[in-house]
Design a protein around this ligand. Structure first.
Ligand code: ATP
Ligand SMILES: Nc1ccn([C@@H]2O[C@H](COP(=O)(O)O)[C@@H](O)[C@H]2O)c(=O)n1
Length: 213
């Protein structure tokens, strides 16, 4: 079973996917983390997103991706990259990397090599990467709501975060479209648990965890 949870930046994809995955007892897979890793490693190697040497450089790195239900972790050999890729600098550069078809193919190869069941989150999980997924969701919320939530995690001011989110949504627009059959959920008025419960209730029979009442 594959469940896809796509959506705009900071709409709650990782937190919601983790909650849904834990309820189902399966891992979740953050595709954005791989685009973020590519961005950080390109920057550290002084390679532009357009450089034909970028994918060979990435292929040569000892990059290890751990998709677990409680959280996804990234390693470069013994160096953990998980926190390093969640920076404003990576946020600002990642869309240019993600726009490169050869980079998308590099990420997609790694994702399709994973063995289901899992919950996959990103922008194009339900459309391009796992079009055969059993259930598809797409999360939205206003930029202001998303910026307010993110401000609790990052040092930048809420106005600066909101402007960066709007810009990133615009740059990601090409690959961030809900699948026609996706359940679109506005997370603005819902708590995190409320979104998780909405998704669990909409899963097809057999995919949802057994109810205890
Ligand atoms: N429905 C909700 N109600 C309140 N807070 C939420 C809700 N959903 C997510 N959050 C909070 O919003 C923040 C952003 O969520 P999260 O990191 O899961 O988003 P994301 O879509 O994965 O972000 P990104 O696109 O940058 O990877 C987190 O602090 C999370 O706890
Ligand atoms: N399926 C995806 C997932 C992500 N991206 C790009 O990566 C950036 C970071 O993703 P987050 O989920 O961590 O916000 C995102 O802004 C996109 O540029 C993508 O293209 N496709």
């Amino acid at each position: 079973m594959i469940v896809t949870i796509d959506g705009v930046a900071a709409s709650g994809k990782s937190s919601v996917s983790s909650g849904v995955a834990r309820a189902l007892g399966v891992p979740y897979v953050s595709s954005g983390l791989l685009y973020r890793a590519a961005t950080l490693l390109a920057h550290e190697a002084g390679l532009s997103p357009h450089d034909p040497a970028l994918v060979p450089h990435l292929e040569a790195q000892p990059l290890r991706f751990e998709p677990l239900a409680g959280g996804n972790r990234l390693w470069l050999g013994t160096r953990e990259l998980t926190a390093d890729v969640q920076s404003a600098a990576v946020d600002a550069g990642v869309s240019a990397v993600a726009a490169r078809p050869e980079l998308r193919a590099w990420v997609d190869r790694r994702l399709r090599a994973l063995t289901p069941p899992f919950v996959a989150e990103g922008r194009d999980m339900g459309t391009a990467v796992f079009p055969h997924a059993q259930a598809k969701f797409y999360l939205t919320a206003s930029a202001r709501v998303r910026a307010g939530r993110r401000a609790a995690e990052r040092p930048e001011a809420v106005d600066e975060i909101e402007a960066a989110l709007i810009l990133r949504d615009e740059r990601d627009r090409a690959q961030s479209v809900p699948a026609p059959e996706a359940h679109v959920i506005d997370t603005g008025p819902l708590s995190l648990q409320g979104v998780i419960d909405t998704i669990l209730a909409a899963l097809p029979q057999g995919a949802a965890p057994a109810r205890t009442s």
